[in-house]
Design a protein around this ligand. Structure first.
Ligand code: RP5
Length: 161
């Protein structure tokens, strides 16, 4: 099971790193690359077109500013593309959010929150889980752990009352 993790610049990587770790914890192999829709368009096309032969089934694509990377990736593949708008300019990610989410009808990008890279990893796991019971069980365990953590937070607050 492999997921591509593409980003427009190495400056995006600090936001993507927790998602890469989360993919690994689900047993999904991340295939990580930096490629830019504007600065290296040929590399983007080459990478996306070679993805099926690399065993990649889903793309997580992050970019900031005029963030066209996820949309361009989606234009070259019918595999699912999960977009992560990055907060990289004085517009605080609003530029990247709109550039990523406002795709024309017919070429979807499943867009996460600004800097929402961890949700992109979870969404990728959910896509794999449709046909993989083990992955579904891992996601259920992740949810339970998350719920247990909320109860710990509730107890911490209660202890301060
Ligand atoms: C985008 O421009 C990248 O995805 C990054 O978020 C932003 C800034 O890139 P650098 O100037 O840091 O390379 O293309």
């Amino acid at each position: 099971m492999k997921a591509a993790v593409m980003m427009g610049s190495d400056s995006d990587f600090p936001i993507l790193k927790p998602a890469v770790e989360l993919l690994k914890s689900f047993g999904i192999e991340p295939v990580v690359t930096v490629a830019s829709a504007h600065r290296t368009p040929a590399k983007v096309r080459e990478f996306v077109e070679s993805a099926p032969e690399q065993g990649i089934s889903v793309f997580i694509v992050a970019a900031g500013a005029a963030a066209h990377l996820a949309g361009v990736v989606a234009s070259y593949t019918t595999l699912p593309v999960i977009g992560v708008p990055i907060n990289a300019t004085p517009l605080n990610g609003m530029d990247a959010l709109l550039s990523t989410v406002q795709m024309p009808s017919g070429v979807p990008v499943a867009t996460m929150a600004v800097n929402g890279a961890k949700n992109a990893a979870i969404m990728a796991a959910e896509i794999f889980a449709v046909a993989d019971k083990e992955m579904a069980a891992k996601l259920a365990a992740y949810r339970s752990e998350q719920s247990a953590n909320v109860e710990k937070k509730a107890a911490r607050v209660a202890a301060q009352l």
